[in-house]
Each structure stands twice: as structure tokens, then as C-alpha cells.
Design a protein around this ligand. Structure first.
Ligand code: PA5
Length: 462
């Protein structure tokens, strides 16, 4: 199992000004945490609670359909192109980057064991899009368009552009190059998919975008490029079992949620840095940033009080950002809690040759880069503690499907528990919807005329 080391958040190491008396806090919050865990597990099967993501590890049916489709199309496409944004893309990017061989798209087909390359278009920069679309042979590309609402402007405009090119190139057969992942009944994409005869997968009810990585949203692209989705699911299930433990001393998601919450409300550490010491895990930080920000950044609590809460998540990468952000973290405002992710065993052991023995770099010779990266993780953690800066370390035995499944699921549960501690609605995103609606209005969508008028008036002034 992955583990959590929270010693560097404790006052025994940091002192009382910046550290927490964790033994005492765990005792004090014991019942509250136990109640939250029981309550989440009780509510998870009820409709309207947005907790269906807690059941995704047990969705045998989706697993079966995803594997069946992936097997059916295997060998037919050179590329997978995923169209989606936010929760419909970030989990896919994080997991494929973690689990595929690094530089996957540069490998030969043989090196990829016959599986396709994978590209995610999660933005609408015209130069970037055009360049990718010009580069890919779309006739040999399977396009997975993912949108829960079926109407997100970015995704749907990408879809319209790609669909047109496909139709021009393939005539009526273009439909076999599109697979849509969307709501089972509602939304424009569902309607189009049914009218035009696309293969479809479902974003389940009561699963928000940022919690959807283990639905078909993520599982389908993973299976299409040959990632073992059973291994991921086994990791989720084992972690789910561990996190059902109501004893905070045994539950790492509850521990980390409480530490983050208390660091924010008691010690003023309202910035939260996610810093894996692993390039393969770098996009887990992007995924986490959305999860933490959209879930916890809320202006009202559940009782309707104005609260404006939410720690600001920041992404960093070890060791790279030791040479960029760490100066600030050590000596700037003491307002951050750093989450290190440390990998115990890398797939490869890379030795540094014993050359330049009699120079200042001679000490590196004969060591491994593996030793170096973990020595850097240790030295950064200790330096931060010397400066009185709190950190926690999540340890992954290896980067594989089992542990990556555990890690992401653990962070999801941690977010849900943190939301309960802040007493906010973790699963809504009115701030995102507001911006989406303004975009619809500015782009002339029917039904948004009043908003468009109001926006144009506002924009004339500012
Ligand atoms: O987490 C969320 O709900 C959002 O980030 C959505 O995933 C994002 O806005 C994309 O929405 P949709 O999947 O409806 O296109």
C-alpha cells in the first residue's frame, strides 16, 4: 500500500508556531472523522449525493464493455485523440503519462506493442490545434470525445472541427472513427451520437468531472493504449477498503485531509503544493490541482454562511523545481504545506559512470540517478523543516497501475473528507458554470441573449 509520512507537519519537529500537535488533534477529531467516513459510505449509494465515484472500482459492467471495445478496435488505429477539458481530460493525461512508457508517442509501433499513440487536446489554442490536426493522419485516428454535459464550448468546437475533417476524408464511414463518452441520456453530444451512430460510453450519474477518472472517461483511453485497467481497479478497491477504516490513525486519507484543514485554519498555511519526485507523476499534480481547487474553493458553507474557503493548490516537480520554487518555499511567506510524492523503486536503475574521479563531480560516479533523486527529496524535506515549513510525504512503492489507482483514489477520498471538515459542498462548481454560461452568451448561444446583453454592457465599461 502507499503510505503517508506526516512527521514533518508535527510540532515535535516544527515547533508549535508552524507544526500541529498531531497526536492530540487526531484524538480530538477522532469522532468527527469517524462520523464523516461512516456518513460518506452511507450516502454513496443515494442519488443526488454525487458520491458515485466511490463505487467506480466495483463497476464490472463498464470494465467489461471498455475491454471488449478496446479489443475490438485494437490494431485498427495508429492514434487515439482525446477531446475534452477539465475533469474530462486531466485524469486521462495524469494516468497515461504515469503508466505508459515515457515518450510513448515517439516510440515505434513495435516498441508500443502495437498499441496506438495518444494525444489529448484539452485546450482551444488555434495554432496548437491546427498543428496537431495537420500532423495526425485522422483516417487512422480514433477520436474519443469526452464531455459529461455534452455542450462544453471548448470540447464541442473541437469535435465539430474534427468531425468535419473526418467526414471529408472518410465519407459515411467517419462515424467508426469517433467514440463519444457522455451522459447516458441528456446533452447535445448524446443526441448527435445517437443520430449519427457513434459508439458511446457513459459518464455515470452523480459523478462530477473531477471525480470521473475511473469511469469510462479514463478507463477507455487507458485500455485503448494497452494499460492494464484491472490492475488500476485492484488498487482502487484495496485503497477503498483501507479507507473505510473509521480510525483516523489507520486512515491516510483522513489524516491528510485533517492535516491540510488544520494547517489552513489554525496555522495559516492556505497554499498546498503537490510535488512528486517523479516525472511520470508530474500530471498527477495537474489533476490534483483541479480536484482540490474546484472541490474546496467555495463561498458558502452548507448552512448558507459566507465563508470563502479553499486552500490554493500549486503544482511543482521534484527535483526540477528545487531550482525554481524552493527558494520561495524555504524563505518566503510561511503559508504553504508541501505534499511530496516519493517513489521507492523506479523501473530502471540508471548508474552514473565513474569518470572525472578527481574533480568536484567525482562523488557522483558509481552512484545511481535513483539514489540522487531520492536524496534530493530527502534534502528538500529536511531543509524545509529546518526553516519551519511543514510537509507530508506520500510514498509509492512503484509507479504502476495498482499504486497509481491507490494514489488517485486516496486523494479523491481525502478531498471529500476535507470538504466535510470545511462544511462545504465538495461536489458543485457554480464558479465554473458561471464562466461557461458567460461564454455561451458571448458566443451567441440561443437562450443566453439576456446574459449577452448584460455582459456587453459590463464589458463596455471595463
Ligand atoms: O470537474 C468538472 O466538473 C469540470 O472541470 C468539467 O469536467 C469540465 O468543465 C468539462 O465539463 P464537461 O465534461 O461537461 O465537458
Amino acid at each position: 500500500m502507499i503510505t503517508l509520512d506526516y512527521r514533518n507537519a508535527d510540532s515535535a519537529i516544527l515547533g508549535d508556531e508552524n507544526g500541529l500537535r498531531l497526536e492530540e488533534e487526531f484524538a480530538c477529531y477522532k469522532d468527527k472523522i469517524a462520523n464523516i467516513i461512516v456518513d460518506l459510505n452511507k450516502r454513496k449509494d443515494k442519488l443526488g449525493q454525487w458520491l458515485q465515484w466511490m463505487n467506480l472500482g466495483y463497476n464490472e459492467e463498464t470494465l467489461w464493455y471498455v475491454k471488449e471495445y478496446a479489443a475490438m478496435v485494437q490494431g485498427r488505429f495508429d492514434n487515439i485523440l482525446v477531446l475534452g477539458i477539465g475533469g474530462s481530460a486531466l485524469g486521462g493525461i495524469a494516468v497515461t503519462e504515469a503508466l505508459l512508457k515515457p515518450f510513448w508517442n515517439l516510440l515505434t509501433q513495435e516498441q508500443r506493442n502495437g498499441f496506438p499513440r495518444i494525444f489529448f487536446l484539452d485546450n482551444i489554442d488555434p495554432d496548437y490545434m491546427k498543428s496537431l490536426l495537420d500532423t495526425l493522419d485522422l483516417s487512422k485516428t480514433l477520436v474519443n470525445v469526452i464531455t459529461k454535459s455534452g455542450s462544453t464550448a471548448e470540447t464541442m468546437s473541437q469535435f465539430m472541427i474534427v468531425k468535419n475533417i473526418l467526414e471529408e476524408e472518410l465519407g459515411d464511414n467517419y462515424r467508426y472513427n469517433i467514440v463519444a463518452t457522455t451522459d447516458k441520456k441528456t446533452g447535445i453530444l448524446r443526441q448527435i451520437a445517437e443520430q449519427e451512430g457513434y459508439k458511446t460510453f457513459v459518464v455515470p450519474d452523480d459523478v462530477g468531472g473531477r471525480f470521473s477518472v475511473f469511469s469510462a472517461v479514463g478507463l477507455l483511453p487507458f485500455a485503448l493504449v494497452g494499460i492494464d485497467i484491472d490492475e488500476i481497479v485492484n488498487g482502487i478497491k484495496d485503497m477503498d477498503l483501507a479507507l473505510k477504516n473509521t480510525d483516523i490513525k489507520e486512515n491516510i486519507a483522513a489524516q491528510n485531509a485533517l492535516i491540510h484543514y488544520l494547517m489552513d485554519v489554525k496555522k495559516g498555511k492556505n497554499l498546498c503544493v503537490m510535488m512528486p519526485y517523479s516525472s511520470r507523476l508530474r500530471y498527477v499534480s495537474d489533476w490534483f490541482v483541479q480536484l482540490w481547487a474546484e472541490s474546496l474553493g467555495k463561498n458558502k458553507d452548507k448552512d448558507g454562511n459566507e465563508v470563502h474557503v479553499g486552500p490554493t493548490p500549486i503544482r511543482a516537480l521534484g527535483a526540477t523545481d528545487q531550482h525554481s520554487q524552493i527558494q520561495l518555499y524555504n524563505e518566503g511567506p510561511n503559508n504553504k504545506l508541501i505534499n511530496f510524492i516519493r517513489v521507492e523503486e523506479f523501473d530502471t536503475t540508471l548508474e552514473i559512470p565513474q569518470i572525472y574521479e578527481y574533480t568536484g563531480i567525482g562523488y557522483l560516479g558509481g552512484k545511481t540517478v535513483n539514489q540522487l533523486i531520492n536524496a534530493e527529496a530527502d534534502s528538500t524535506r529536511v531543509t524545509l523543516a529546518d526553516y519551519g515549513r511543514p510537509s507530508v510525504t506520500i510514498r509509492l512503492p512503484k509507479v504502476n497501475g495498482y499504486f497509481v489507482g491507490q494514489l488517485l483514489y486516496m486523494l479523491e477520498v481525502q478531498t471529500a473528507i476535507a470538504g466535510e471538515l470545511y462544511n462545504i459542498d465538495t461536489f458543485n462548481q457554480p464558479g465554473v458554470e458561471q464562466a461557461k454560461n458567460y461564454t455561451y452568451a458571448l458566443m451567441g448561444r440561443a437562450g443566453y441573449e439576456e446574459s449577452a446583453h448584460m455582459l456587453n454592457e459590463k464589458m463596455a465599461k471595463i
